[in-house]
Design a protein around this ligand. Structure first.
Ligand SMILES: [Zn+2]
Length: 313
């Protein structure tokens, strides 16, 4: 989890008061739904710049919020269970008006839980076309039997793209075609703040989920870690969906790590080994102290080679 400490909590209180004052002065009516869900723990807010924040409900994924005169831009919307707490925290950011634009960095429910509320309120929901397609179908993960139900029409992305795009404010976004996590991963770059939001393409904490059902694979983690380095400089702050803010040096280290693991797993595959044998070989051993128990990750990563190399098998 992000560790922002007491100053952040004080900031949240101040921000909430500021938001109330803004309403009293006749700010436009908010598009956010009235809070109705059970109260969740208050979100933490990490202020990156005057107008750009990382908002995190405990236990939920990071959300990047940009506050401007023409409305709020969110990168991801947390889970449905934490959406109310998230949107309350966002409404309390200094100067925050209605959420006008919501990016889905990919289709997972940890990111798309505010789609229904914000879509119904008229927000633009931007996603890669592959993400929209995943959200229009039911998905089942064979490794644990977990099923995901398609979103209602109003909750689906209403503006999709294939390669890159930009908002009138200058915020840029683009596909991460390596399929590190899913085949619809996108980044959002805030040039004025030099901040890059990357969703789950890479994580800031622990091993990632390799969702090979929706196209993610170990080679994509390696590829994305390389590609994202071309979008940043030494001052860029990189915000993943999970864990603390990353730097360009972190991307470089992750590229080396995933490159090493990719090579080892490919060699095991070429020797005819299977996922359990790959786990037993401990192909991540020098990284485990920092990254945690790798078994689930290695199993999925190995399976992802099968899925990638023979997608119709
Ligand atoms: Zn995800």
């Amino acid at each position: 989890m992000l560790d922002h400490g007491r100053p952040t909590r004080r900031f949240v209180l101040k921000a909430a008061l500021g938001g109330a004052a803004g309403l009293a002065l006749g700010a436009p009516a908010r598009l956010l739904a009235a809070p109705q869900a059970p109260a969740a723990a208050a979100a933490t807010v990490n202020r990156l710049t005057g107008d750009l924040f990382v908002v995190t409900v405990p236990g939920a994924a990071n959300v990047v919020a940009h506050v401007a005169a023409d409305g709020v831009v969110l990168v991801d919307g947390a889970s449905a269970a934490t959406s109310t707490a998230l949107l309350q925290a966002v409404a309390g950011l200094p100067g925050a008006g209605a959420v006008r634009t919501l990016f889905n960095t990919h289709w997972h429910p940890e990111q798309t839980g505010s789609n229904e509320t914000l879509g119904a309120a008229g927000a633009q929901i931007i996603a890669h076309e592959n993400t929209r397609l995943w959200l229009t179908t039911d998905v089942k993960w064979p490794w644990n039997g977990q099923t995901f139900t398609r979103l209602p029409k109003a909750a689906q992305p209403n503006k999709t793209f294939y390669t890159t795009g930009a908002l009138p404010s200058g915020i840029r976004y683009g596909h991460i075609p390596d399929a590190a996590h899913t085949d619809g991963d996108l980044y959002v770059y805030f040039p004025a703040q030099n901040v890059l939001a990357i969703g789950d393409a890479l994580t800031g904490e622990g091993w990632p989920t390799v969702d090979w059902v929706s196209g993610g694979w170990i080679g994509g983690l390696f590829g994305a870690a390389q590609r994202l380095q071309t979008l940043v400089n030494d001052q860029t702050r990189i915000v993943p969906a999970r864990g603390p803010v990353l730097s360009a040096a972190d991307l470089k280290a992750q590229a080396e790590m995933y490159g090493t693991i990719y090579n080892r797993l490919t060699q095991l595959l070429n020797k005819g080994r299977g996922p359990s044998e790959a786990v037993a070989e401990k192909p991540t051993k020098e990284f485990d102290a920092r990254m945690g128990n790798p078994d689930e990750f290695v199993r999925r990563a190995f399976e992802s080679l099968w899925a990638y190399l023979s997608p119709d098998a």
